[in-house]
Design a protein around this ligand. Structure first.
Ligand SMILES: C=C(OP(=O)(O)O)C(=O)O
Ligand SMILES: [Mg+2]
Length: 558
């Protein structure tokens, strides 16, 4: 570009750490709104047209999901259910009875439901785009025109869209789409989830993205969340270098997690069954940091037998000879109810008899589980650690660790998921062999926001300095007492936040195996001093948004 052109930058939320350079291709504009002219066909014919198009759309979406597989399949299945939703179908029929055409009735019924979701905010609000996509597809089917979708091109491009529908993201041609930029969507939107899973370089929620014209050259930097328009030669060259370095790193053999100065940060896997073990090992998991045993028994009506559990735990431990495997005792209640441990009549199950409290009220279930774990440990070569969920007092810590040792388990710790445990971490860790911080629940309880409720989903952000302050309390206690402090909530899967958590004293990080590569490469970019500086920076801010922004820009300058 010539010297007097101005480089401008747009910003949003980056997904992953990649960088790409390419030219923009815009997603076509949506279909025009169907006209509100009265039907000439009559209600019965219009209802039949609507019914047939809703069913055909559901079938097409489901078929695309089956072709795509993975989490795309679940996302598309959820969209197919939207097209089959009986309440929506009733609303469409009622609007047709009121004189609408099928096109207009579908458009209005979906729009009304969309407004409802948006008013709920957070996670539910982010589902609104899925609904718009289904609506467009049904209207296109009614009109006999092709459904809107990703543009075709012979050459690779940077796709710019308002927000991609799951159906589009799932079927993106990864050879052609260099990166994705959307004007809408947040870090928990389906586009973000799928981009993460498919390792598509993406920046979502970019204000001004729709002003990007076809053919504009851009750099899309997911690490900083920046989209640079018409870059200078230097900017382009440095982005191309970084992309090449990323490709080289991705094809390099996976090594253990470590910071740039060599400080080891073992990276472990969160698993819910032994079936995921081989994949976790292939992705470089150095062991298991959280085995959610309740996932094995979600449908069970009676407590599982010692023999059944011994078989399940043995299968898990056999996959990790010589490696650490942290198994959590049944965490029943709230988001993970087990009928043999929980009373469904509680009004506030997250604050009720859940986790260790429920086990203590049914001690034979806990004894059986620990007995089965000790038997599996004796039969295998893994280094088994056990921990209790939802521990809120020092006395509970004493109860669990004593019982575990009495039943033959050598390493017994607790999860720190409640602020009281974080605040008394020095006393908790004087008793327990280790602590593992569950940032999902710790955030829920610190911000007083039910993690299952879409309307308060925006509070569920572990970057919040109040949450980080509590993590720091546990890190400090662990360092003083020489006890390990792991992180096993979703926070550990956010690469930059993972660095902050290490700066706060976390000694291991555990996450879903898909996140291991990005976290490993981000850790390798920073020293322990830097991690501590980022942690101090995040702690000094007043909100999750400011903490994330401050650390993101500090990291961009390193
Ligand atoms: C890891 C955690 O446990 P779960 O998500 O299973 O409640 C947590 O709360 O962060
Ligand atoms: Mg939890």
């Amino acid at each position: 570009m010539s010297g007097d052109e101005v480089t401008s930058t747009l910003t949003g939320t980056g997904i992953g750490r990649g960088i790409a350079v390419g030219t923009v291709l815009r997603m076509p504009d949506p279909l025009p709104e169907p006209e509100a002219t009265p039907s000439t066909l009559g209600p019965d014919a219009e209802k039949e047209r609507a019914r047939a198009s809703l069913a055909a759309t559901a079938a097409v979406i489901r078929h695309r999901g089956e072709r795509a597989g993975g989490s795309a399949k679940d996302v598309l299945e959820a969209q197919a259910f939207m097209a089959e939703d009986p309440t929506l179908a009733d609303d469409v029929a009622a609007r047709i009875d009121g004189g609408s055409t099928a096109e207009r009735a579908v458009f209005d019924a979906f729009a009304a439901f969309r407004d409802l979701l948006v008013s709920m905010g957070g996670y539910m609000g982010e589902r609104a785009t899925d609904l718009d996509d289904v609506s467009q597809r049904v209207v296109a089917h009614l009109r006999g025109v092709p459904a809107p979708g990703v543009p075709e091109s012979d050459t690779p491009f940077v796709l710019v869209a308002r927000d991609l529908a799951p159906a589009d993201t799932a079927l993106l041609d990864l050879e052609k789409v260099l990166a994705l930029v959307t004007s809408e969507g947040g870090p928990t939107s389906h586009t973000a989830i799928l981009a993460r899973e498919k390792a598509i370089i993406a920046v979502v929620g970019v204000a001004g993205a729709l002003s990007l014209a076809d053919g504009t050259e851009v750099i899309v930097d997911a690490a900083t969340g920046r989209v640079t328009l018409s870059p200078s030669d230097d900017e382009r060259a440095s982005a191309v270098d970084r992309a090449a370095a990323d490709r080289a790193a991705a094809s390099a053999p996976v090594g253990p997690g470590a910071l740039a100065d060599g400080t080891a940060v073992p990276l472990l896997a969160n698993l819910g069954s032994s079936k995921g073990a081989a994949d976790a090992v292939a992705k470089g998991a150095e062991g298991v940091g959280l085995f959610r045993t309740e996932f094995l028994f979600l449908d069970a009506e009676t407590a599982p037998s010692v023999a059944d559990q011994t078989a399940q735990y043995t299968a898990l431990l056999e996959a990790f000879p010589g490696r650490k495997v942290v198994v959590r005792a049944l965490d029943a209640g709230a988001d993970k109810p087990l009928s043999f441990l929980n009373d469904s009549a509680e009004e506030n199950p997250a604050l009720g008899l859940r986790g260790l409290r429920a086990l203590r009220a049914n001690e034979s279930v806990l004894r059986d589980q620990l007995t089965a774990l000790a038997a599996a440990d004796a039969a295998t070569e893994a280094d088994l650690w056990v921990m209790a969920p939802m521990v809120s007092t020092v006395e509970e810590t004493r109860y669990f660790t004593q019982l575990a040792r009495e039943l033959g388990l050598k390493t017994a710790g607790v999860m720190v998921e409640v602020p009281s445990s974080a605040l008394l971490a020095d006393r908790i860790l004087a008793v327990a062999d280790f602590a593992s911080i569950g940032t999902n629940d710790l955030t829920q309880y610190t911000l007083a926001a039910d993690r299952l409720l879409g309307s308060v989903a925006s509070f569920q952000d572990p970057w919040h300095p109040a949450v980080l302050k509590l993590v720091g309390e546990v890190g400090r206690a662990g360092a003083e007492l020489g006890k390990p402090v792991g992180i096993c909530g979703e926070a550990a899967a956010d690469p930059l936040l993972a660095v902050v958590l290490v700066g706060l004293g976390a000694t291991t990080l555990s996450m879903s195996p898909a996140a291991l590569a990005d976290v490993r490469s981000e850790l390798a970019r920073h020293t322990l001093d830097e991690a501590r500086r980022f942690a101090a920076l995040a702690l000094s801010e007043s909100s999750a948004v400011e903490a994330r922004a401050a650390v993101t820009s500090a990291a961009a300058g390193t």
